[in-house]
Design a protein around this ligand. Structure first.
Ligand SMILES: [Zn+2]
Length: 235
């Protein structure tokens, strides 16, 4: 059963067996950010918490973030994520494209979209402007960051986090991640940039593991772990 934990009067985190998603309320609208892994009823869960008109936004299309999507019909997502979404959900639902710099106003609560490609091509973060909170999806966390399989790109991941840090670091004091410790300080971002850089440069040596029926390399960079294809450094 997912656990619903209020963060404040108008913000909740829903803990779904290692995956976390969020409900944000403004004065006029509510927004569910991701729809969980084991929760096709994510929308119904949100409706127990808010009476406001409810929309859905996905930080990316991975299956642990989109279980409840099909009950919505429409959802905000980066258009760069459509191919990933299509593979999992077979074009069910209508993607409402959001791009870097787009604003969503929930009524006295403004959210800004920040592109963070790398973990997936259309990964995004959501800046809750007045709260000074960054909802970072899978890109910023201290657990296991999946970088194996199709369409993952470590160089873009490093570029994205570097741009985020240089352009937006003054705008938030806290990061809400989808996995691992909640919350995280912004200083996790330069740690992840350094850790990912150590993987690419060869300074951090990985170990071969078997995970989800695949041969992978696990890199423990101290602040998080990265799971990569054995061949990715040669590509
Ligand atoms: Zn995830």
């Amino acid at each position: 059963m997912p656990e619903i934990i209020p963060i404040n009067q108008h913000t909740w985190r829903i803990e779904d067996d290692g995956v976390r998603f969020f409900l944000l309320e403004g004065q006029q609208k509510a927004l569910l950010i991701d729809s969980g892994m084991n929760t096709p009823n994510a929308g119904a869960i949100a409706r127990t918490l808010t009476a406001l008109p409810l929309n859905l936004l996905n930080t990316h299309a991975d299956p642990d973030h989109t279980a409840g999507n099909e009950a919505f019909g429409t959802f905000y997502m980066s258009p760069a994520e459509w191919e990933n979404y299509h593979e999992i959900h077979h074009k069910n639902g209508t993607l409402l494209p959001v791009r870097d710099g787009d604003r969503i106003d929930l009524g006295g609560r403004e959210l800004v979209i920040i592109d963070l490609p790398g973990h997936t091509p259309g990964s995004i973060a959501v800046l809750d402007v007045a709260a000074r909170v960054l909802i970072g999806g899978d890109a910023i966390q201290d657990s296991h960051i999946f970088m194996f399989g199709a369409r993952r790109n470590m160089a873009r991941y490093i570029e994205s986090l570097t741009a985020l840090w240089h352009l937006h670091r003054e705008k938030f004091d806290t990061v809400y991640p989808s996995h691992g410790t909640f919350p995280l300080p912004p200083s996790q971002i330069p740690r992840l940039i350094a850790g990912a850089g150590d993987i690419v440069s060869g300074k951090c040596v990985g170990k071969h593991i078997r995970f989800m029926a695949q041969d992978l390399i696990y890199y423990d960079v101290g602040c998080a772990g990265f799971l990569c294809d054995p061949t990715f450094l040669r590509e």
